[in-house]
Design a protein around this ligand. Structure first.
Ligand SMILES: Nc1ncnc2c1ncn2[C@@H]1O[C@H](COP(=O)(O)OP(=O)(O)OP(=O)(O)O)[C@@H](O)[C@H]1O
Ligand SMILES: [Mg+2]
Length: 323
């Protein structure tokens, strides 16, 4: 049974169809990246799963429990991080966490321990006595995450936890999310910033105007967007001949030689790089490339695979490239 499942989930706001028959299936322990432009329906979906909104039709289930019918059982197993945290006048960090722990009926020594644990996990111990309103936006986001970890939920619903953060704070949030994933939590995280999610999400869903355009693994998203693999190779000498040889490999669609390598510089040779594009559907293993070259006596001085470009995949998928 999936940890999170939606069946034809639909949400209307008057005439507007914000979610249009959304079918999601997320397994326990998955980290699911929910990607879409403004107004796509990400927050609406997350709020429904957090039991804060009722579906207009269709169903949303968390751990086999149905939103709208079993909300009281769902709430203890989820932690919802909204896109913005409200203002908490005159409250210091530990008071804030103790307040929420009390809401979850965590009392006495247990409460002190849990508050200490989440402060450790989110690296906020040094701010334990600071006023919540004095924290930077990045720290407030971490505190927001600390708050939803108090009752040790199985499922984390995070609505753009990295929005408005500087690069350093983004990296800190990402590290924290990786840690939570290692702890076995099922995570849904929404974002417009795609390359950030590719790093730690094992599955992604792409939504636009309330419709799910794609749901699956990151490599599958790439394949569906018809984005092939590109690798860059440099050899010590005879670059032209090496390029010639590689054109004959199965699945190779294009071979070119460039002078200025894209972001990488070979350690030896004439500084020229061979760029090899593979067909997205090709079964060829990119590790065949060095084998072929070495077998023909070429000396490889550089070999890199182009980073997954989820941004491009997303643009193609939302332009209707998916049938
Ligand atoms: N309370 C509401 N009343 C009326 N319309 C709403 C309400 N909440 C959301 N909508 C509309 O529903 C659609 C989906 O909104 P939603 O907030 O779920 O999008 P989102 O993907 O989270 O966007 P963003 O990236 O901007 O956060 C939008 O067209 C939005 O205007
Ligand atoms: Mg939103």
């Amino acid at each position: 049974m999936p940890m999170i499942e939606t069946i034809n989930l639909t949400k209307r706001y008057a005439d507007l169809v914000a979610l249009d028959a959304l079918n999601l299936s997320i397994e326990a322990g998955d980290c699911f990246g929910f990607i879409g432009p403004n107004g796509a329906g990400k927050s609406t979906t997350i709020k429904i799963l957090a039991t804060l909104l009722k579906p207009s039709s269709g169903q949303a289930m968390v751990d086999g429990l149905t939103v709208g019918y079993q909300n009281r059982q769902i709430r203890p197993i989820i932690g919802y991080v909204p896109d913005f945290m409200g203002a908490y006048e005159d409250m210091v960090v530990t008071e804030y966490l103790e307040f929420f722990a009390a809401c979850y009926n965590i009392n006495g020594m247990q409460r002190k321990k849990v508050v200490g644990d989440v402060l450790d996990l989110t690296d906020l111990n040094y701010k334990a006595t600071a006023e919540v309103n004095s924290l930077s936006r990045g720290m407030q986001q971490r505190l927001s995450i600390a708050r939803v970890l108090l009752h040790d939920p199985k499922v984390l619903l995070m609505d753009e936890p990295a929005s408005g953060l500087d690069p350093r704070a983004r990296i800190e949030i990402r590290e924290l999310l990786k840690e939570l994933k290692r702890m076995g939590k099922t995570i849904i995280i929404s974002s417009h910033i795609l390359p950030e999610l590719a790093d730690f999400c094992n599955t992604v869903g792409i939504i636009e105007r309330g419709k799910l355009l794609f749901s699956g693994s990151v490599p599958e998203a790439m394949r569906r967007a018809k984005l092939g693999n590109v690798i860059h190779v440099a050899v010590a000498d005879r670059t032209q001949q090496a390029a010639q040889l590689l054109t004959k490999l199965v699945g190779v669609t294009k071979v070119s030689i460039s002078d200025s390598p894209p972001g990488v510089k070979p350690s030896a040779g004439d500084g020229r790089v061979i760029n090899i594009s593979f067909d997205a559907d090709s079964k060829t293993d990119v590790s065949d490339v060095p084998n072929v070259l070495v077998n023909q006596g070429f000396r490889i001085v550089m070999f890199t695979e182009e980073a997954i470009n989820l941004e491009t995949a997303f643009m193609r998928l939302t332009k209707g490239a998916v049938q």
